[in-house]
Design a protein around this ligand. Sequence first.
Ligand code: CP
Length: 354
Amino acid sequence: MRHLLDVCDLSVEELNELIHTAEDIAAHGEKYANVMSGKKLATLFFEPSTRTRLSFEAAMLQLGGSVIGFSEASSSSASKGECVGDTVRVVSNYADIIAMRHPVEGAALAAAERSEVPIVNAGDGGHCHPTQTLADLLTIHRELKRLDNLTIGLCGDLLYGRTVHSLINAMLRYDGIEFVLISPEQLQLPDYTVQALEAAGAKVKITRYLEEYMQDLDVLYMTRVQRERFPNLEDYERVKDCYVLTPETLQKAKPTMRILHPLPRVNEIAKSVDDDPRAAYFRQTLNGKLMRMALIMFLLEHKSAEGKLPKGEKSCSKCPNPKCITNVENGFEMKTRRDEKGTLRCLYCEHEII
Ligand code: CP
């Protein structure tokens, strides 16, 4: 059984296969109208969503399947204290595949450990959001006709922006990628993503200024400052409007550059940018549905393939991340793994164990 917990669960060949399928769906949608007939998708959303939940549901319906689920924790038995593992174990009796969003880091892996059906991580706290990355990859491929030899600017909340972490992990596996990290000091990347960049020997430039490398960028990936992940409102207020992309800030950008944003946006892209042909963020939302269609088919067709759940070592240490599933749910068995540099990390949320 295959799950998608992290974008690195898919090889580059598999990513390219999904892109190829999504492009075929875009061109010949009628071929796929009934391929999931009789199959059910469960969408378990413990956190708000517009695009991810609705595009998953639209994807399954467009493939001829059906959908069950809930869109907020308060309408599920989580509100009575049920743990994620139990919820998933029950729902895997009712559905063939589960897409789950949860506010706690590592919840997707915890769910996969208890599930009888494929789990798709639709966002686990500030950790990962692999299906957003699938949307991002298809968008870059359709807009620029390549996924290599790109300079990618990532701007805004690089600390809590889970889509950024997943996109970096994916792009590190393509040749000739250079990253420009644009953020205030308080919102720089978490150490596990910095470590992934260092381990890959990636070319990285770091700046606080949105316009400093604008002329070099092939892709500008804007992000929202994630208010819901801040420990207090004052810290959020200090950085919330740190970047606003306007027609003026785009003056030095290449005519071929593409602006991506996982959405929702707040103030970080002025509405006056929306009609610029370089603004690809609404096209990106359609690409999300196409890639989720391709992914549902891929996971249900690979049911007998070897499982790929990461295996860790049992550990008596406590994860230092208070937002980790191992600290949020009772009775959790803590597991660790060593990364490429030998650093001990929590298997679930990737925080360093000191
Ligand atoms: N991009 C994204 O995850 O959007 P939603 O939160 O609306 O699903």
